[in-house]
Design a protein around this ligand. Sequence first.
Ligand code: NAD
Ligand code: MG
Length: 389
Amino acid sequence: MRSLTILGATGSIGQSTIDLIARDPGRWRIEALTGGRNVALLARDARRLGARIAVCADPAGLGDLRAALAGSGIEAAAGPAALAEAAARPADIAVSAIVGAAGLVPGLAVLERGGTLALANKETLVCAGPLVMARAQATGGRILPVDSEHSAIFQALAGEDVAGVERVIITASGGALRDWPFERLATATVADASAHPNWSMGQRITIDSASMFNKALEVIEAREFFGLDPRQIEVLVHPQSVVHALVGFRDGALMAHVGPADMRHAIGYALHWPERRALPVARLDLAAVGSLTFSTPDPVRWPALALARAVMAAGGTMGAVFNAAKEVALDAFLAGRIAFTAMSVVVERTLDRMLPEAGPQGAAMTLDLVMGTDHLARIRAGEIIDRME
Ligand code: NAD
Ligand code: MG
């Protein structure tokens, strides 16, 4: 039996993880489950799976969580510090399925104890890639990618020498608004941007798919995780979402990872790695799919991709600025304060404002530096939004 912690258990990736382990009785013992505000779902799953501890990120939820777990013998805790403590508890593998920069500290806590982190939370690497990779190296902690494109690259690299890699190609569906006339994008509502054509995911990443910010984060994630030069990472729009990523080698070979749009594949691969075990994902019928198409992303429609390139060129803690500004801009779009197309404007202006403070830094990256930069970038992005209204 292996022990498992799920950070962000109540979300889309968290629930898909629980679906997998519930189908595999007797294989997993649950150490900790964490959630944000959905205390009822957290308590239900903690009871159902026999977790040792359940933690909600929102301190106000502690009373309800305690009440919901009464008599179960399951420990209850709340707040960000309790979340990091839960992550630090020994477990064979911890899945990080928290959304946003809030995933950084708990993810690091897993690595600090030399643990294995199945990482869906791409923000961890975007905000603090050099720090996170250095800590993993120092402690013997291991990161297994769960983001589908990165899992695809990881799988294509199995048994290969990374030195032989020429390039990687990450695919993007283009999101909910891909076929909208460009002139209409500014009028897109939250509901419009939340209707993903292929993947069922949390609302924030779904909107990030429509704006291409998700792919922008993933390019940075790939650079940090695989140690690639930014020029080696390409993005192609692939509306069918069947090819998740491709790896090109110096002999000209291109290895593609092909499968249905079901995150349980990438999650299951990480959970069972290095073994391949049977997974309940649909088998792809390529004849039914018929044709696969690829195109170069339009830089005018999707400015987020060029912003990611600028962030990588600038270095320092600009990744943390980029993510923080994107989160604040997304909050403002969700609140109806700014237009869909204004999100990239907010991010671009925040990057410009923060470059002198967050750009190239000689000193090693620290958690305090990243958190301070994240905090300041949120203030600056908020000021920029205030001035837009
Ligand atoms: P989601 O919104 O469905 O779930 C997020 C989880 O994080 C929930 O459990 C929520 O309660 C928790 N959470 C939210 N705010 C928190 C906070 N401040 N502190 C602690 N916990 C908090 O999101 P999701 O779609 O499952 O995505 C999770 C992560 O995985 C994101 O980083 C996303 O980019 C990445 N990812 C998701 C998918 C997908 O298919 N959903 C695919 C690839 C990568
Ligand atoms: Mg992805």
